[in-house]
Design a protein around this ligand. Structure first.
Ligand SMILES: [Zn+2]
Length: 191
C-alpha cells in the first residue's frame, strides 16, 4: 500500500511520530483514512489502538461534513482479500444503510400525488441502480447490506447515525473499536 498510496502512507508516518492525525474536512482525506485503516489492518499490529483512533477520525470527519464512503472506497473495504469481519466493513455498510433509510424511508410519499410518487420512484431507482452496481460482484456486501437493512427495520435503531460517537457512553464510543477487555484497554482511556 505505501507505494501506491502516498497520502495514506504519509498519514501513517504522521501517526507514528505524533500519535495523532489532523482534521481535514474533505472527501479525499476521508478516503485516505479508509486506506490507512486497511493498511493498519494489514501490518497486523497487536494492539487495535491505531485502528480505533483512525475509526474515530473517519466517524468525526464524515459526520461533520456528511460524507459517505465513495463506491471506490466501498470496493476496497469489501475486497475479497480482506476479512469481512472487520469493524471497517461493519461501519461502511451501516453508513450506507443509514443514508439509504434516511433518504428513502419517507412514508409521506405513500399518500402523495402521482407526480411526486413518480419522481420519488425514479430517484429511488437511480439510487438502487448504483447499489446494484456495487453489489453485483460482491455477494458479501450484498448479504451485509440486506442484513443491516432488515435489522434497521426498527425505527429507533434506524435513526442512529453510525458516524455519531458519544464519548460519554462506552457502547457508542467503542461501537467500531477492537475488543476491549482482558487487559485490552481503549486507547482513549490510556491518555
Ligand atoms: Zn474503545
Amino acid at each position: 500500500m505505501p507505494e501506491d498510496d502516498p497520502i495514506a502512507f504519509s498519514l501513517f508516518i504522521e501517526w507514528v511520530y505524533n500519535g495523532a492525525l489532523p482534521n481535514v474536512q474533505s472527501q479525499g482525506y476521508v478516503d485516505s483514512l479508509y486506506d490507512l485503516y486497511i493498511f493498519a489492518e494489514k501490518i497486523c499490529m497487536n494492539s487495535s489502538d491505531m485502528k480505533d483512533y483512525i475509526m474515530d477520525k473517519i466517524q468525526d470527519v464524515s459526520r461533520s461534513h456528511n460524507l459517505l464512503p465513495t463506491p471506490a472506497t466501498v470496493r476496497k473495504v469489501y475486497h475479497k482479500d480482506r476479512s469481512e469481519d472487520s469493524n471497517l466493513n461493519l461501519f461502511c455498510v451501516q453508513v450506507l444503510v443509514f443514508d439509504l433509510t434516511m433518504k428513502w424511508g419517507n412514508r409521506e410519499v405513500v399518500g402523495a400525488d402521482w407526480m411526486r410518487r413518480k419522481s420519488f420512484m425514479d430517484n429511488l431507482k437511480q439510487e438502487l441502480g448504483g447499489l446494484l452496481e456495487l453489489c453485483k460482484d460482491n455477494e458479501t456486501l450484498f448479504n451485509h447490506f440486506v442484513w443491516e437493512l432488515y435489522f434497521k427495520n426498527n425505527p429507533e435503531e434506524a435513526a442512529v447515525d453510525p458516524r455519531r460517537r458519544d464519548d460519554s457512553r462506552p457502547n457508542s464510543r467503542c461501537r467500531f473499536h477492537g475488543y476491549h477487555g482482558n487487559g485490552n484497554v481503549c486507547y482513549q482511556d490510556k491518555k
